[in-house]
Design a protein around this ligand. Structure first.
Ligand code: FAD
Length: 393
């Protein structure tokens, strides 16, 4: 073959990259390594939490990728030897590569949240990797009595999908308003300002009255520790013992990036944004949530765009051609109730060591009529169908 590319992680970044590599150059050997036979999508998982959608609508397998000639290996990568240019999977098989692409998504930074460890999420679900956690949070909401409090603890940036916690608060409020109207949503936030804040706050006032209360950083909303045995969330302001505690811990790049030596002290992976090559380890490219992207939000849209641009770069590098400067676009939809959505679209280009936003972006107007919100909710569903078909279908 013309070269062997190993891609670690079959999520939005990795699957898009593997597919684009194989389509661009059929004689490349493309190996995608992903432990889960079925991928569960985070986008639209807040609808599952709110009882508006079945989890099966979130799930995709790798049959189509395999049919296109991508070698799909259902294992986790456990070690990476950059000097030997080889990865090893959990079953002990070593696979050599010419170039390695890492798209492992996120892991949680336990050190940054005292009291939180590997088992805390069984009591205080994060729901920040979709699957069993999404369903656990759903069951806890169903089991809660009317009049209860659901707390959502939100970390500082950088983190996966900055607006998604507020979308989740909105859709949980929708569920409570419909089924348990005396209940409350309490947001404990390590930030003062957040993405699309005016649009969210206006929608909350319009749809949910005072059902959603938010305590921001300046009011002491940052969570400093948790105690899962008593379901206590400790903040700078005081202690809370909500009926449902959705604690989203601080994050970092998926652990395998650290194993590879590609993560720095921030926990994320510095890259050359023109080629996605790691600044720390040769012949390794990092895409998606795991990379230090700067102005580009950590989203499925961005991961997919990066996956495709990275594939184009690798094809050029293997052929001895200069890489082209990528121009990425990302769009992020938020649905705050059925038939009520808004969006943020952005374009990004390399600037120094990161991506910076360039002209051409757009955000939904704050004063748009309800028809616009309804249209954007429909567009959000179309976006989901398109990106999942593009990645897995
Ligand atoms: P992932 O998609 O998480 O894929 C990583 C893959 O790597 C996983 O399948 C994992 O199993 C695999 N992996 C990890 N370690 C290893 C290993 N050692 N060996 C092999 N495989 C490994 N984005 C949007 O654009 N729009 C949205 O509306 C949106 N909504 C969201 C809602 C929520 C509630 C959340 C939490 C996120 C949302 N996102 C949204 C963000 C989006 O889910 C992520 O940005 C996106 O999944 C990142 O893609 P990725 O490839 O970096 O990681």
């Amino acid at each position: 073959s013309a070269g062997r590319i190993v891609v670690v992680g079959g999520g939005f970044g990795g699957a898009a990259c593997a597919r684009a590599l194989k389509r661009a150059q059929a004689n490349l050997q493309v190996i995608l390594i992903e432990p889960n036979a079925v991928f569960t999508s985070c986008p639209f998982s807040n609808e599952v939490v709110a009882g508006l959608r079945d989890i099966h609508a979130q799930q995709f397998d790798y049959d189509r990728l395999a049919a296109e000639g991508i070698i799909v290996i259902g294992e986790a990568v456990t070690t990476i030897e950059p000097q030997q240019r080889s990865v090893m999977t959990a079953d002990g098989v070593a696979l050599p590569y010419d170039r390695l692409v890492l798209s492992p998504g996120i892991d949680f930074n336990f050190e940054a949240l005292p009291g939180y460890d590997g088992t805390t999420s069984e009591k205080m679900p994060h729901g920040w990797k979709a699957g069993p956690q999404t369903l656990l949070l759903r069951r806890q909401l169903e089991a809660m009595d009317d009049g209860g409090t659901v707390a959502i603890a939100i970390p500082a940036n950088p983190s996966r999908c900055p607006p998604a916690p507020y979308e989740r608060a909105s859709l949980i409020a929708h569920y409570l308003k419909t089924k348990k109207p005396r209940s409350k949503v309490l947001i404990l936030d390590a930030k003062d300002n957040f993405s699309q804040q005016r649009l969210f706050e206006q929608a909350w006032k319009e749809l949910y009255g005072d059902m959603i209360e938010r305590v921001g950083l300046s009011q002491g909303g940052r969570v400093t520790s948790v105690d899962p045995s008593t379901r206590t969330i400790v903040t700078e302001f005081g202690n809370y013992t909500p009926d449902v505690a959705n604690v989203i811990p601080p994050q970092r790049a998926g652990h395998i990036a650290e194993v590879a030596g590609a993560a720095d002290a921030t926990g994320w992976c510095p890259i050359d944004p023109v080629t996605f090559e790691s600044k720390l380890v040769p012949n390794i490219h990092v895409i998606g949530d795991a990379c230090l992207g700067g102005g580009i939000p950590k989203s499925a849209s961005a991961a997919s765009a990066q996956g495709k641009a990275c594939a184009a770069t690798i094809v050029n590098l293997l052929a001895g051609r200069a890489p082209e400067t990528p121009r990425l676009n990302g769009v992020c939809y938020n649905t705050v109730a059925p038939g009520y959505g808004f969006s943020l679209a952005g374009n990004y280009q390399p600037k120094g060591d990161i991506f910076a936003e360039v002209e051409g972006g757009a955000t939904s107007p704050v004063d748009a009529p309800r028809e616009t919100r309804a249209r954007e909710a429909t567009e959000a569903e179309r976006w989901f169908r398109t990106i999942t078909a593009d990645t897995f279908g």
